[in-house]
Design a protein around this ligand. Structure first.
Ligand SMILES: Cc1cc2nc3c(=O)[nH]c(=O)nc-3n(C[C@H](O)[C@H](O)[C@H](O)COP(=O)(O)OP(=O)(O)OC[C@H]3O[C@@H](n4cnc5c(N)ncnc54)[C@H](O)[C@@H]3O)c2cc1C
Length: 268
């Protein structure tokens, strides 16, 4: 039997227990990820690992529940909280930054970018959907950006100026961010974002043939796990997910399980 029912992102109790830092975020994954494999495997004596590991995302558009995408940040965008200030190094990653955003006032922020960044991100379907949803506000200058977002004008103006200077190579970012690609130029765009949980990464411990293992390292006969049901190659916490690390164990472990069944039992 191959357990392939994904993780437990849709079970608020399990998320609160294992991934408390992201438990209050919007869950943006499948409603069928209820932790069934975890329950079945555990009842059969399986070992578990990296249950605190998850894929978060710090840029879910609040209005449309569409993904803004982190390419906005990689091209020089940055995030302001409701005080109008930046609050960290956005380039730590979209998964990692979700929990950081979750600690800010009202667990929300504004992702700021410009026309250059907007145009560079248009090839991404998620980003286009966000644009088409009408969730972006535009402003001709920092003062207009503050008005459009409802953020404090003095703080917004200070951050717009400070990040532009950093992007030109002047000074050192107080949060350690080293890459702003290019200074943002007016008109500025902004979209209100909330942190999200996409899926959990930890699960049943498996070996290189996707066999589910007991705590003593011995396989449970006939039991395999793949994808979000298995611990796979997760790390801990938000950084336990790397791009592609959700789909890889879904395909890879299922393939290894099938290969093992065929090699030990022969084709049926
Ligand atoms: C918005 C979003 C974006 C993502 N982007 C990426 C990405 O870019 N790269 C990446 O690698 N990963 C990404 N992921 C994660 C990736 O989608 C998952 O890690 C992957 O789909 C897990 O595969 P799976 O086969 O374990 O589970 P799933 O694809 O969820 O399949 C599980 C199946 O089991 C069924 N099921 C559940 N419980 C039962 C039950 N009790 N009985 C019978 N059937 C059941 C479900 O209906 C479902 O069909 C993203 C996830 C989300 C939510």
């Amino acid at each position: 039997m191959l357990l392939a029912t994904n993780g437990y992102g849709a079970d608020p109790g399990l998320v609160a227990r294992h991934c408390p830092e992201i438990a209050d975020a919007v869950y943006h994954g499948s409603e069928t990820s209820r932790g069934d494999a975890l329950r079945i495997g555990s009842a059969l004596g399986a070992d578990t690992a990296f249950l605190d590991s998850y894929q978060g995302h710090a840029a879910l558009a609040q209005k449309s529940a569409t993904l803004v995408g982190w390419a906005t940040v990689m091209h020089g965008g940055y995030m302001l909280d409701l005080t109008g200030r930046r609050f960290g190094d956005e380039t730590t990653g979209y998964s990692e930054y979700a929990a950081v955003l979750a600690t800010r006032p009202d667990a929300t922020g504004w992702l700021v970018f410009d026309r250059r960044v907007h145009d560079a991100c248009l090839p991404f379907t998620d980003f286009r959907q966000t644009v088409e949803s009408g969730g972006l506000v535009w402003a001709d200058d920092a003062e207009g950006l503050a008005t459009a977002t409802g953020l404090p004008a003095t703080e917004v103006a200070a951050e717009v100026a400070a990040t532009a200077a950093l992007a030109r190579g002047a000074g050192t970012d107080r949060f350690g961010r080293t890459d702003f690609e290019a200074p943002l130029e007016p008109p500025y765009a902004a979209v209100r974002v909330v942190p999200a949980l996409f899926h959990t990464q930890g699960g049943l411990v498996v070996d290189g043939s996707a066999r589910v293992l007991r705590p003593d390292g011995n396989p449970i006969p006939g039991l395999y796990a793949s994808g979000g049901a298995a611990a796979g190659i997760s790390g801990h916490g938000a950084s336990g997910y790397l791009a592609g690390n959700g789909l890889l164990p879904a395909l890879g472990l299922a393939f290894l399980a099938a290969d093992h069944v065929v090699s030990t039992e022969g084709p049926r």
